[in-house]
Design a protein around this ligand. Structure first.
Ligand code: DGJ
Length: 727
């Protein structure tokens, strides 16, 4: 059992970590510990860093010697003496906002229950995990709060979520309900978050935590390019290889909030959940609310191990379906090759050349429907444009299949163009607020997925297409954030439910489509990586990482993304040069090597390459077919960061520890060069590893301590890809 309860303390143990919750004086859930595994039992008194408050602090009358203003809370409610950021805030019809939840009982069961309406991690076998539910009651208001913890037995992951049930005869408004919040002693931590913008997603930022609140959020209706629903608390000296690192990753794709508060007694409250800004949920009598799930991990072996914990878990217990394990087809997407300017003939000529190179899947991107020859119209009118594709999607799919390739198609199902038949027919189907002008972004509006009729329309449209042609892949795009957010059907008092209801609608659509079409590979996209989160990865095993397809830019984007997400989830394509986003000219080898650390593909017309380049492409595809599955399932070691040097280096060690791949990237060439040393990780000291290209054999300890040397005087944007095999 990974969960036990003794003397008012819950012990949650994974292979290398312990999480402990005490029930203080039999009433108050307090956070006692989370970190490296502690054997045996502990004493609640000794584990509390601070108990009593001094100075002007009111105190709960029933607490004799302690104050909940400073006690480390496991899930703090608003209104009774705890002045830090609450995890939950409820408003009652009498206007009061005071909650007081007290311990009422617990249950421990095998396996993991599903989260109603929301994506979540899963188990394949009940023996993989145990679930602890702690029930808390606010007796005065007849509200029941359940804290849910699933503790995995074979990996260092604990999932947490909460649910709230209204047992009263009145409605209650949820103004905040975080998924996880607990206090721990501040061991001089840094806060690490992933931030950016369109075309430069998930760059790493690291700052010391300071007194007061700091954190990131999204109010955009999607997890966003700007911030990611993740944070890490790392010790001052923690680096990739050593030191404590806590990872928090929210399984949610909408507005979120993630951050920490350092309080006057130097405890840190670590919080993550749905953003309470713009959120207010009316809970009617008998109704239950489920907050999304959060993944928690801890590593005492640095940020690298924290990432490997999250990467492995997301790949195997968040991602699902056929393509979780199956090798992803090498794809070619026509977007950067043609944009809107294509017809059947052009697509087939791209497909023929792609086939010759060994590509397995041809993806037709935006522009195949309505009168969409640019981005000003037709979203919502998902009828094929016969001028471009006289034989329809079915006809094109057949021709592509005849060339020996699978066929995939782009959709942006959540959107509508004002210049579309759909909008003219249903102007109230889009997100809007009466009286306010509807702001456009990329000339489009968002369909209101809080409405059942709109969800059904999307399910039917996609299903009809999937049933009428041999479409084996769908790129699900989403290219704008929400403004004037509101729905024609929501009563005014429920307007604060809008953003979350949208997400529930989206998850319902995706659930339905995934179960009806289990063999279709879905790739997510949101102007690149604007919705790259574990929520989406429950449906899409891969997501287009960024619209920035430049290989050198991708070093930073993919490096940052890998803090949380496995390389198998990162769509990565070789594109044409000069690159369309930054106009950089990188050699085809560099572009291929860097894309190889992702779900590999091409985004160009291979007819445009020189013969020499085409030969290199053929070899890249061969390599990808042979090794991509192994790389995707490998442990990633980040050896050099492009954020703080002129280099980047990544190492992949296969599950069976036999295959080792190392990518070294030299960003700018340097004059009067020295050899640059890169030490490998994750190898066995006494084992022998053979460099497949040079035939040289090294011991693990050599590679770890002396390493490999690379020349950085070979010009700009150079990569070396080393394949070692354990002997
Ligand atoms: C944004 C995506 O990120 C691109 O890859 C492409 O699909 C365009 N949308 C098409 O409009």
């Amino acid at each position: 059992m990974s969960v036990t309860f003794k003397n008012n303390i819950f012990y949650l143990n994974t292979p290398n970590t312990s999480y402990m919750i005490g029930i203080y004086e039999g009433k108050l859930p307090v956070h006692l510990y989370y970190g490296k595994k502690i054997s045996g039992e502990i004493s609640m008194e000794r584990a509390l860093p601070v108990k009593a408050a001094r100075g002007l602090i009111p105190n709960l009358p029933e607490l004799q010697e302690a104050s909940n203003a400073v006690l480390p809370a496991e899930y703090a409610s608003f209104g009774s003496c705890d002045f830090r950021e609450p995890a939950i805030c409820l408003c009652y019809p009498d206007g009061s906002r005071i909650s007081k939840f007290e311990y009422a009982g617990y249950s421990i069961t095998k396996g993991k229950p599903k989260l109603k309406g929301l994506p979540s991690a899963y188990v394949e076998d009940e023996e993989e995990a145990d679930t602890l539910e702690i029930t808390l009651l606010d007796k005065l208001k007849a509200m029941e709060l359940t804290l849910v913890y699933t503790v995995y037995r074979h990996c260092d992951i604990i999932t947490k979520s909460v649910r709230l049930k209204n047992h009263s005869e009145d409605k209650c408004c949820i103004e905040r309900i975080l998924s996880s919040s607990f206090d721990m002693a501040n061991d001089n931590y840094d806060l690490i978050t992933l931030n950016g913008d369109w075309c430069r997603e998930r760059h790493i930022s690291r700052t010391p935590v300071f007194h007061g609140y700091s954190g990131v959020d999204s109010k955009r209706g999607a997890s966003s390019h700007q911030h990611n629903p993740f944070f890490c608390l790392a010790g001052k000296n923690t680096d990739e290889k050593a030191g404590d690192a806590y990872g928090f990753s929210l399984v949610y794709s909408g507005n979120f909030k993630a951050g920490v508060e350092v309080c006057e007694v130097n405890t840190i409250r670590a919080m993550i959940g749905i953003n309470d800004f713009g959120f207010r949920w009316v809970l009617t009598p008998g109704e239950e609310f489920y907050a999304p799930e959060v993944l928690l991990t801890f590593s005492s072996e640095g940020i690298g191990e924290m990432s490997r914990n999250l990467n492995r878990f997301i790949r195997t217990r968040i991602c699902r379906g056929r393509y979780r394990d199956e090798r992803r087809p090498v794809l070619l997407n026509n977007w950067e090759a043609t944009y809107f300017d294509f017809d059947e003939e052009k697509i087939i000529s791209i497909a023929k050349k792609a086939k010759e190179a060994g590509v397995e899947l041809l993806v037709l991107d935006d522009g195949w429907f309505g009168k969409r020859n640019d981005d000003t119209s037709s979203l919502g009118d998902w009828e094929v444009n016969k001028e471009k594709l006289p034989n329809g999607i079915d006809g094109l799919a057949k021709k592509v299949n005849e060339e020996g390739l699978k066929f995939g198609l782009w959709f942006e199902p959540e959107m509508v163009s004002p210049d579309s038949d759909l909008y003219r027919k249903h102007p109230d189907w889009c997100i809007h607020t009466n009286g306010r002008e509807r702001s456009l972004s990329r000339n489009q509006l968002i369909l209101d997925l809080s409405r059942e009729d709109v969800c059904s329309f999307i399910i039917d449209t996609l299903s009809n297409h999937l049933n009428s042609a041999n479409i084996e892949y769908i790129k699900w795009d989403m290219n704008r954030y929400m403004s004037e957010a509101g729905s024609a059907l929501l009563e005014p008092e429920r307007s604060g439910e809008f953003y979350h209801r949208y997400m529930l609608g989206l998850y319902h659509i995706l659930d339905t489509l995934m179960s009806s079409f289990p063999n279709v590979l879905f790739e997510g996209c949101a102007s690149g990586g604007g919705r790259f989160d574990p929520g989406m990865l429950c449906y899409f095993p891969q997501i287009w990482t960024s619209d920035d397809s430049d290989a050198i830019e991708r070093l930073s984007i993919q490096y940052g993304t890998s803090l949380v997400y496995p390389v198998s989830s990162m769509g990565a394509h070789v594109s044409i040069v000069p690159n369309h986003q930054v106009h950089r000219v990188c050699p085809i080898k560099t572009r291929g090597d860097i894309a190889m650390m992702g779900a590999f593909g091409y985004e160009l017309d291979l007819n445009a390459l020189s013969e020499e380049e085409f030969e290199i492409v053929k070899k890249q595809i061969e390599f990808s077919k042979k090794y991509s599955s192994i790389i995707h399932k490998s442990d990633l070691y980040r050896l050099k960061s492009p954020f703080d040097s002129n280099f980047a280096a990544f190492e992949f060690v296969s599950e069976d520890r036999r295959d080792v791949f190392m990518l070294f990237a030299n960003i700018l060439g340097e004059p009067n060069t020295i050899l640059h040393q890169v030490k490998l990780q994750g190898l066995e000291d006494d084992a022998f590893y053979k460099d497949e290209e040079t035939g040289e054999v090294y011991t693990g300890s050599f590679l770890k301590n002396i390493g490999l040397f690379f020349d950085n005087g070979n010009g700009d944007f150079r990569t070396v890809f080393v394949k070692l095999t354990r002997q």
